[in-house]
Design a protein around this ligand. Structure first.
Ligand code: ARG
Length: 271
């Protein structure tokens, strides 16, 4: 009898252990599921090829593309989270982040004193060329210095460091601040403004797409690093993961790959 009890106990133990193992496995899966269900919301202003823009896929459906979108996708993948993209005017992004409507902003964002007071920044993931001035090709010999733009209208996107440049360095020019870069470039096309200040790579992209537009021979500012912005104090605890993804992307030269992919697509940008 003693033996029987002993055997029974042993069997019970094995069964209990097996159950334990199974339960444990189940828990792991549940944990993963939980993580997978997490989503991360990106705030961006998709009017900025090659960084963020919209293309049509083979079914004529709008898709987001660009270097910043690739980075956002990688961040989400590394976090095992789903990526949701919220497209809005650039000048609404910081407020949306402060209100927690988006979890991170990736939109060719540079650091400046005003922004550093209200949001936190990751490490730099990319360094753009210095800002450039986009003008009509037939004005190439007219607009050759800041002085030549005195009294003229220079357009820039509202809420950007480029609008600040117009205010600070082109005091005798008029600023036309508009929320969408697409509208700004259209304004130049129809001579509603005389020049546009944009981040370097973006200005080059629009010059490449529009035969009647060129980059003016006027040197401006310095190279600008771009950062991912998160809520002040990082209440969602995502900044460390974001920095890990950035470091890894730089080491493995993923950023270069994203640049090539964006360059290949940017000509098809519908916005
Ligand atoms: N780099 C500039 C800034 O930080 C302009 C960025 C505009 N980005 C955009 N996606 N429209 O102010």
């Amino acid at each position: 009898m003693k033996k029987m009890i002993g055997k029974l106990m042993a069997v019970t133990l094995v069964v209990a252990m097996m159950c334990g193992l199974v339960a444990c496995g189940g828990n792991e899966d549940a944990k993963k599921e939980e993580k997978k269900a997490e989503k991360i919301v990106l705030g961006t202003s998709a009017d900025y090829p090659p960084f963020e823009f919209i293309v049509l896929d083979e079914n004529k459906k709008q898709q987001y593309a660009g270097i910043d979108i690739s980075l956002a996708k990688q961040i989400a993948e590394d976090m095992n989270a789903e990526l949701e993209i919220s497209n809005m005017n650039f000048d609404s992004l910081i407020a949306a982040l402060q209100k927690g409507e988006v979890d991170m902003v990736i939109s060719g964002v540079e650091k400046d004193g005003k922004r550093e007071k209200v949001v936190d920044f990751s490490e730099a993931y990319y360094t753009d060329l210095p800002p450039m001035i986009l003008i009509k090709a037939d004005k190439k010999d007219t607009y050759t210095s800041a002085k030549s733009l005195e009294g003229k209208t220079i357009a820039a996107q509202s809420g950007t460091t480029k609008a600040d440049i117009v205010n600070e360095e082109f005091k005798k020019s008029k600023l036309l601040a508009l929320t969408s870069v697409t509208d700004i470039v259209n304004n130049l096309a129809y001579d509603k403004c005389d020049a546009v200040i944009l981040d370097g790579a973006v200005a080059q992209q629009y010059a490449q797409e529009n035969e009647d537009m060129v980059i003016a021979d006027i040197a401006l500012g310095e190279e600008a690093p771009y950062y991912v912005a998160v809520q002040k104090g990082d209440p969602k605890g995502i900044l460390e993961d974001i920095n890990k993804t950035i470091q890894n992307a730089k080491e493995k030269k993923l950023v270069d790959q994203w640049i090539d992919e964006a360059d290949a697509k940017a000509d098809e940008a519908v916005e």
